[in-house]
Each structure stands twice: as structure tokens, then as C-alpha cells.
Design a protein around this ligand. Structure first.
Ligand code: URA
Length: 434
């Protein structure tokens, strides 16, 4: 079969055969398929879509482009959580230690921030010494020792995704439900988990801007997971405004530590709680939602979850003293307050614009190989719904360079809306797919 025929077939809106999808994935992984043809097919898939069957075959081909980890000899139901990406989206650092402290083994393979969204690996690496580049043997050892491993995707796991994601990122082909589904689920299926809770974001700061698209993505992800033997459920959560109060790597670590000490912002706590409850139920360490909630709250109140995070940090080479002494985390040299332009209610803090402003400050990257500045970012002093007087600070920008601050402020001026009346705010939990 000629690659150009496969591209034209999809371009004209037809469904591909399993062998055609396999040839595409194998060719992209080995490099035999030129990037221009792989990119053309990705664009045809973005424009024409894929059937459920095609998406399942694509996922399967991507899973088998690398190895599949077998954790079946380790006790317990292994449960991971994955988010489709957002701004201030830091729940992994809150829920992984809680779930582990409650007895659920958590092998968590995460990503880096890309575009306006943050990434768990960048946040963890702002802790001095913390290593996320664990080998599979080290992941196994961490699971046995601490009940949790937080690491990056190793080169053996779904290498096809690494190649295709890099192409999608530079060819405008990220926002496709079948491509996102296969990308996320191939990595999750290959990492050897028994169950998965997905946090599918919806709103301005998410890949899927509308609730209908987010639901379609959630349904696609859940059906692929369950068909592959990974018990999967999804929660759809709001991403119109950043989650919690911190955006930026070290600032988010501090916010997570505060949440584990019982002082989290309401939306961060509600979102983390919902996801953790589901992990406990899928992990079979709680009998029902009430029991799960009691266990989660007890793990926070007793300090067990915080202690577990300290152990995870130490186990992965990080400095555990950061738990009690935030001054050991990177700190930006300068701060700038953004005031309310008039009296009223904070009506909107646009998640995408705030995410992009944080990237401008240096907290994120434009290209995969860019380095991030762990110290810079944004603290939200007044969340939507808060009444403010003229001049009252709404945001605090932590920055290093004046030029970057100026660029960020241009975006921030469009991100904040002050209204006359209290805004109608959507609940953080928008829906679920089981
Ligand atoms: N996260 C992924 O891992 N893949 C995508 O395609 C989008 C978000």
C-alpha cells in the first residue's frame, strides 16, 4: 500500500483499515515514513475524524510501538489519574500522596507543560533534587517503597506517541478527539495500570473549549480504556479560570503543600477530592463514596498524606525539608501587583490568557526542548465572584526580567474582567462519564 493512497483515503473521508493504521504508526516510529506524509495524514485525521474502531486500532498500534509494563506481581489495584491539561492544574501533587496514604498504589506517568498548560513533571522538578526520569526498575522500587512513583514517560513507553505528538505540536493537529484519545490512552495502557481516573478539562484554558466536545473526548477515552481492560472513568471539570490560586511551578508546589496541610482553595480541594474518591473506589480500598471521603479527609487531617508526600520527595531524590520550609524552593526576585481597574466583582479570569502570561514570564515553554524557570508565575489574589474596590490587587506576578513582565502584562490586561454584578459561576465538577 502506498502512503499517499492512505492519506487520500482519509482526506476523502473514508475509514482506514487496521493494516493502514498500523503501517502509519510503524513508519512514524521507525522514521521510515517522512514527516511530511505523517503530518499530512494527521491533518486529514483532524479534519475528517476517525470512527471508534479506527481510534481503537490507532491506540493499539501506538501501545505496541513500545513495551507494556507488567505490574501484576505487585499487590493492590494500581490506579493512575490523568488530566487533559489546564492552567494551575496541580491536582496530581495533592491526590497521589493522599491515594497512596490510603493504600492505593499509584504509578503516575506525567507530562511536561506545553503551550499555555502546565505539566506535573515541571512542578515536581522545581523541588531541589527531585528526579522524574526514573527507569522502569526505579518506578517499581518506588511503588514498593512509597506506594507511589511520579515519573516521565520513558522512551520504551509508546514511542509512537512521542514522535506523533511532536509533529502534532508544530502542525496545528493537537485538537483532534481521536488523536488526543490515542495519545493519552496508549501511554496509560502501556504503563501497566489496572484502573484510571481521567480529569477532562473544559473551557477557555482546555484543549476542548465546549462542554459538548469535552464530553465527546471523555466518552472516547473511557471507551478505549475499558475496551483495553483498564477500568476507566472520567470527570469533566471546569477550566474557564485557573484551578486554585497559583500558576507557575514552585508556586504551585507550595499551594499543594498547603492543601495537604488542610489549607487548600475551595476549587482545588473539591476537584482533588472528587478525583481521589474515585481512585479509592476503583482501587477497592473504600466501600462507597462516603467511606472514601472519610478516608481522604482523615489522611489530610492526620498528616498522613503530607508525610507520604515527604517520603515520595525523599525517595525520588528531592529535598524533603521543602515541606516545612518553602524558602528552599526557587523564588523569583521581583513581584508586580495587578490592580482592579474599577470597583465591582471579578467576573472572569481567562484561564488561557493567564496560562499564556505565565509562559511569557518563563514558567512554561513554547517548544519541548525549552527550559522553564521554576520560580516565576502568578498568584491569584481575587478569584471570580470576589467583590473588589478600585485599585485592589487581583493578581501578583512573580518575575525575573522586566521585558517578560511587560509581555505578560499585555495578556493580563485582556484576562481580567470586572463586572457590576456577581457573575454566574459554573461548579468545578461539570459532569462525569463512566
Ligand atoms: N495530552 C496528551 O498526552 N496527548 C494529547 O494529545 C493531548 C494532551
Amino acid at each position: 500500500m502506498r502512503t499517499v493512497d492512505i492519506i487520500m483515503k482519509k482526506r476523502d473521508g473514508h475509514a482506514l483499515e487496521r493494516e493502514e493504521i498500523l503501517a502509519f504508526v510503524q513508519g512514524a516510529t521507525t522514521g521510515a515514513l517522512p514527516d511530511y506524509q505523517a503530518s499530512a495524514l494527521l491533518m486529514a485525521i483532524l479534519l475528517r475524524g476517525m470512527t471508534t474502531q479506527e481510534t481503537a486500532w490507532l491506540t493499539d498500534a501506538m501501545v505496541h510501538s513500545g513495551i507494556t509494563v507488567d505490574l501484576s506481581d505487585l499487590p493492590g489495584v494500581k490506579v493512575d489519574k490523568h488530566s487533559t491539561g489546564g492552567v494551575g492544574d496541580k491536582t496530581s501533587l495533592v491526590l497521589a500522596p493522599i491515594a497512596a496514604a490510603c493504600g492505593v498504589p499509584v504509578p503516575m506517568m506525567s507530562g511536561r507543560g506545553l503551550g499555555h498548560t502546565g505539566g506535573t513533571l515541571d512542578k515536581l522538578e522545581s523541588i531541589p533534587g527531585f528526579r522524574t526520569a526514573l527507569s522502569l526498575e526505579e518506578m517499581r522500587a518506588a511503588l514498593e517503597r512509597d506506594g507511589c512513583a511520579m515519573l516521565g514517560q520513558t522512551t520504551q513507553i509508546a514511542p509512537a506517541d512521542k514522535k506523533l505528538y511532536a509533529l502534532r505540536d508544530v502542525t496545528g493537529t493537537v485538537e483532534s478527539i481521536p488523536l488526543i484519545s490515542a495519545s493519552i490512552m496508549s501511554k496509560k495502557i502501556a504503563e501497566g495500570i489496572d484502573a484510571l481516573v481521567l480529569d477532562v478539562k473544559t473551557g477557555s484554558g482546555a484543549f476542548m473549549k465546549t462542554e459538548a466536545d469535552s464530553r465527546r473526548l471523555a466518552e472516547s477515552l473511557v471507551s478505549i480504556g475499558n475496551a483495553s481492560g483498564v477500568r476507566t472513568e472520567a470527570v469533566i471539570t471546569d477550566m474557564d479560570m485557573p484551578l486554585g490560586v497559583a500558576v507557575g511551578n514552585a508556586l504551585e508546589v507550595i499551594e499543594c503543600l498547603e492543601a495537604l496541610k488542610g489549607h487548600g482553595a475551595a476549587d482545588l480541594v473539591d476537584c482533588s477530592l472528587e478525583l481521589t474518591l474515585r481512585m479509592l473506589l476503583l482501587g477497592k480500598v473504600a466501600s462507597d463514596r462516603d467511606d472514601a471521603e472519610k478516608r481522604v479527609r482523615a489522611a489530610i487531617a492526620s498528616g498522613a498524606a503530607l508525610e507520604r508526600f515527604r517520603r515520595i520527595i525523599e525517595g525520588q531524590g528531592g529535598d524533603p525539608r521543602v515541606v516545612d520550609d518553602y524558602s528552599l524552593l526557587p523564588t523569583a526576585p521581583s513581584r508586580h501587583l495587578v490592580p482592579a481597574t474599577r470597583a465591582g466583582y471579578v467576573a472572569r479570569l481567562d484561564a488561557e490568557l493567564i496560562g499564556r502570561a505565565s509562559v511569557m514570564l518563563g514558567a512554561g515553554r513554547d517548544r519541548v526542548e525549552d527550559a522553564v524557570d521554576p520560580a516565576v508565575g502568578i498568584i491569584i489574589l481575587a478569584k471570580p465572584g470576589r467583590q473588589v474596590s478600585a485599585g485592589e490587587p487581583i493578581l501578583e506576578l512573580h518575575y525575573r526580567e522586566q521585558a517578560k513582565l511587560d509581555a505578560a502584562l499585555t495578556l493580563i490586561s485582556r484576562a481580567v474582567t470586572i463586572g457590576d454584578a456577581p457573575p454566574a459561576l459554573r461548579a468545578i465538577i461539570v459532569g462525569e462519564v463512566r
